[in-house]
Design a binder for this molecule. Structure first.
Ligand SMILES: [Ca+2]
Ligand SMILES: [Ca+2]
Ligand SMILES: [Ca+2]
Length: 460
């Protein structure tokens, strides 16, 4: 598939999602205090709203509608306990009236990974669903390290708003019956997406993939995509993917040495299809270490590639910050992981985006591969990446002077710019699609000062 073709195809799909967002939100609008138009949730006739009224993870007829039951009612278009049948783009909301703590957590409790009917382990979505949280901290969906949290199956269109997805963990690889080969850790620690997924105002935090199976002659690789494994269409807006990590390669054994494999690729996100990231932050993610080998020959494997993002498809980055991501360490007689921030063997297009302070244990501290610039990017260290396209306004080999990831207002955490940062007023307020950018990740207005700042944070 040519790059041009895939780009226009992606735009068509994005337009479809925009249409479905519009359908879901309707035209109920109001003016916020800052004068921006905000869209209020509106139930349209073609969809049904299901209200989750318990934080418990259960599939029992007890007069309560759990999140798992709500998803099942949407998937099957039939009533489950007191959840009504789903229809169209089913909207799932949360009734938190009986609770007042800061964090309200929906913790997965029904064990059983590798199950795809939404009965155990991950929540399996096979229909069109909008999951609309109350807010990031009042709607926390916690995987409890039983399995990944969400599994979006092919054909499903899913909108995720105002939620935190955390503590997902996929299974480790297992040993084969012959005992000489071990499997890979499973992919997608927080979310595995094979459909169309739109994530807005949300956090994908502290998820991880399983280790490769070990104590084998041929060991397994760590699972790919610590936060998200994407083999569909994924859009992230005003969101954060932070502190996720991939598993390590399994240990190899054998008198003459065995053959090891790599730590999981894509600490934050691994992308095989289409990934759009806008006004978002990818920070503090890490790939796993390569296999250790205890033979006198043979060898282990490299650390996982792509601490923040590993790409073999098409990635668009607009007004985003990728910082503080790491690759894993080398295994026995091997190399470290390449591409601390971004590792790409596909197409990465970026504008007004900040890539800085990422760390690689081998080549490409901030990036590895070819990046197609649309201008106004800041890359702290371009060693091992080739930047092509429109380089107008690009700043390279310069420290952007960021604060650490923290709460600087808004619902999601950001990397604040210091007053003296070269990213301040060095950006451009028109995104890659030619649309004016009027707010940053936190919802603060843009521009402040003479021009937009580079990255996901606008200094006021
Ligand atoms: Ca129930
Ligand atoms: Ca599943
Ligand atoms: Ca499941």
């Amino acid at each position: 598939m040519s790059y041009q073709h895939s780009f226009s195809l992606g735009k068509t799909i994005v337009a479809f999602i925009l249409a479905s967002i519009f359908l879901t939100f309707g035209d109920s609008s109001a003016k916020a205090q800052n004068g921006e138009t905000v869209y209020l949730p509106l139930i349209v006739s073609s969809s049904i709203t299901i209200t989750v009224d318990t934080t418990k993870d259960e599939l029992t007829s007890n007069g309560h509608c759990s999140l798992r039951e709500a998803i099942m009612a949407a998937n099957r278009h039939q009533a489950i306990d007191i959840c009504p049948p789903g229809q169209g783009q089913t909207v799932i909301v949360f009734s938190n009236e009986d609770f007042t703590p800061t964090y309200i957590t929906y913790t997965l409790a029904l064990a059983g990974a590798d199950e795809d009917d939404n009965a155990t382990g991950d929540l399996d979505i096979t229909s069109d669903i909008t999951i609309r949280g109350v807010s990031l901290h009042r709607t926390v969906i916690d995987g409890n390290e039983l399995d990944r949290v969400l599994h979006i199956h092919p054909g499903a269109h899913v909108i995720l708003q105002n939620v935190m997805i955390r503590h997902g963990k996929t299974p480790d690889g297992v040993i084969s019956s012959t005992g000489t080969t071990c499997g890979n850790g499973e992919n997608g620690g927080g979310i595995a997406n094979f459909g169309t997924l739109w994530i807005q105002g949300s956090a994908i935090s502290s998820n991880n993939t399983g280790d490769g199976g070990g104590i084998c002659f041929l060991s397994g690789a760590g699972g790919a995509g610590g936060g998200i494994f994407n083999a569909g269409l994924l859009t992230l807006i005003d969101s954060i993917v932070n502190d996720n990590y991939t598993g390590n390669g399994g240990i190899t054994v054998g008198l003459a040495g065995g053959f090891g494999t790599h730590g999981g690729n894509g600490g934050g996100i691994i992308n095989f299809d289409r990934l759009n990231i806008q006004d978002s932050t990818i920070s503090g993610n890490r790939t796993g270490d390569g296999s250790l080998s205890f033979g006198y020959r043979g060898g282990g494997g490299p650390g996982g590639y792509g601490g923040g993002i590993y790409n073999q498809g098409v990635v668009n980055l607009d007004d985003s910050t990728i910082s503080n991501n790491y690759t894993g360490h080398h295994g026995t007689r091997s190399t470290g992981g390449q591409g601390g921030g971004i590792y790409s063997q596909g197409t990465v297009q970026f504008k007004n985006t900040l890539v800085a302070a990422n760390v690689s244990t081998d080549a490409g501290p901030d990036c590895w591969g070819i990046l197609l610039s649309y201008g106004y990017n800041l890359i702290q260290d371009i060693t091992d990446c080739t930047v092509v396209g429109d380089v107008t306004g690009n700043i390279t080999n310069t420290n952007p002077s960021l604060y650490g990831l923290d709460d600087y207002g808004g619902s999601t955490w950001t990397h604040r710019l210091r007053d003296a940062s070269p990213a301040v007023n060095a950006g451009n307020c028109i995104d890659m699609n030619g649309i004016s950018v009027v707010h940053d990740q936190r919802g603060e207005s843009r521009p402040s000062g003479d021009a937009c700042d580079i990255g996901a944070y606008e200094l006021h």
